[in-house]
Write a protein that binds this ligand. Structure first.
Ligand code: GDP
Ligand code: MN
Length: 380
């Protein structure tokens, strides 16, 4: 799950990170009122789940309240990477002496949380990583001990020569790590971490990605979900208890069990096709779930064939077969479907499908090959 900058800043504040105050506006008038209350110059910042807002015109300095109204008017409704801006954050403008980068990611390679700091802040860290990798200091945190004070200091002194700034940065690095752990993050970034001419270190931007699997134990974080800015079909899938990840191919996959779904995608590629998605319909497959699965797969205009691959253990093949029949009765699928069912009640399932004009297979290679051919329009 993604959260907005203003929400990530709330979490950071709760962990003691110095973050300038801010208020959310949904209209230019509201932006003007908030800016007037702060007084002086403010920054108007689009709240969307997309990187590179600044470059897309989503971050603007405003001289006064009237200017904040105009800038908010320009940013609200703006489209950034396909997402419409519905909220802006109004925050007092800071004087910036230097901009640094501070981030933590869950890193599969080192099987740990990795802290990254760079004095090349403000810009894309990916760009720094590509053109000047030595400018990034990295530290893999040993989960047995957590982040130790001397490690935070080491990183901070790599960032600032001035010990006054480095000491503040060390505290912020530790606080960011605490926030990252507490909020179930897979990524937490402060970019830029600024120093001011008065010698203060502060976070003026924040980004967090939350591990979906941690949300069940974090109701306060779950409450930060902004449904309006989520992909409609990913949301539908989540609400129906389906795991769905859209991909770039054209073979729509509907599978039960994550392992079988992965194996199916591998096989689609093996036979020269490209999966349009990962979709795990889970253990029990009532017809409603299958109908939702159809709707989600068909929401992707790139899909050219639909592949069902069901292994009936606890899942009963006849339930899935009934779901397919029910779904195609209710919605006009209009795409070729290749079905493979094997396991519990396989015979009944094949009967149900045959009676309703579907062909059902029991061999996984065959059905995947067929789905790939159907997508390519080359099936005989
Ligand atoms: P992003 O482009 O979406 O990452 O948005 P940021 O909040 O990181 O802002 C982008 C850039 O705008 C920063 O790197 C700063 O250079 C500038 N900026 C943002 N807030 C302020 C501010 O309060 N004062 C000043 N002077 N510049 C700011
Ligand atoms: Mn930023």
């Amino acid at each position: 799950m993604n959260i907005h900058e203003y929400q990530a800043k709330e979490i950071l504040r709760a962990h003691g990170v110095p973050v300038p105050p801010g208020e959310i506006a949904t209209t230019p008038e509201e932006a003007e009122r908030i800016a007037a209350a702060f007084g002086g110059m403010v920054v108007v910042k689009a709240q969307v789940h997309a990187g590179g807002r600044g470059k897309a015109g989503g971050v603007k300095l405003a001289d006064d309240a009237a200017d904040a109204r105009d800038k908010a008017g320009a940013i609200l409704g703006l489209e950034i990477k396909g997402l419409t801006v519905e909220k802006v954050l109004i925050t007092p403008a800071e004087d910036i002496a230097s901009e640094a980068y501070l981030g933590i990611v869950m890193d599969r390679g080192s099987q740990s949380d990795v802290i990254m700091v760079s004095s090349e802040g403000g810009i894309d860290i990916e760009e720094v990583a590509a053109t000047n990798p030595d400018a990034i200091q990295k530290l893999a945190v040993d989960a047995r001990y957590g982040l130790l004070p001397h490690q935070a200091s080491g990183l901070a002194f790599g960032l600032y020569d001035d010990p006054k700034l480095a000491r503040q940065a060390a505290r912020i690095i530790s606080q960011l790590y605490e926030a990252y752990r507490a909020a179930g993050c897979t990524l937490a970034e402060i970019n830029p971490l600024i120093s001011t001419p008065a010698g203060e270190v502060k976070a003026i931007d924040a980004k967090m990605n939350i591990d979906d699997s941690a949300l069940f134990r974090l109701p306060d974080v779950e409450a930060m979900r902004d449904e309006a800015s989520e992909n409609l079909f990913e949301r539908k899938a989540r609400e129906a208890g389906l795991s769905y990840i859209p991909l770039d191919g054209d073979v729509g996959c509907c599978v039960n069990g994550a392992g079988l779904a992965m194996a199916t995608m591998d096989l689609v590629k093996y036979y020269g096709g490209e999966p349009a998605n990962f979709l795990d319909i889970g253990g029990s497959s009532n017809p409603e779930k299958v109908v939702t699965a159809f709707e989600i797969i068909m929401s992707d205009p790139a899909v050219k064939s639909i592949l069902f691959n069901i292994f009936g253990g606890i899942t009963r093949c006849d339930d899935v077969a009934n779901g397919i029949v029910e779904a195609t009765r209710r919605i006009d699928v209009g795409l070729p479907i290749a079905i493979r069912l094997t396991g519990t009640n396989e015979d009944v399932a094949v009967e149900i499908l045959k009676e309703n004009g579907f062909e059902a297979m029991t061999d996984m290679d065959e059905v995947v090959k067929r789905a790939v051919e159907l997508a390519a329009g080359s099936a005989g």
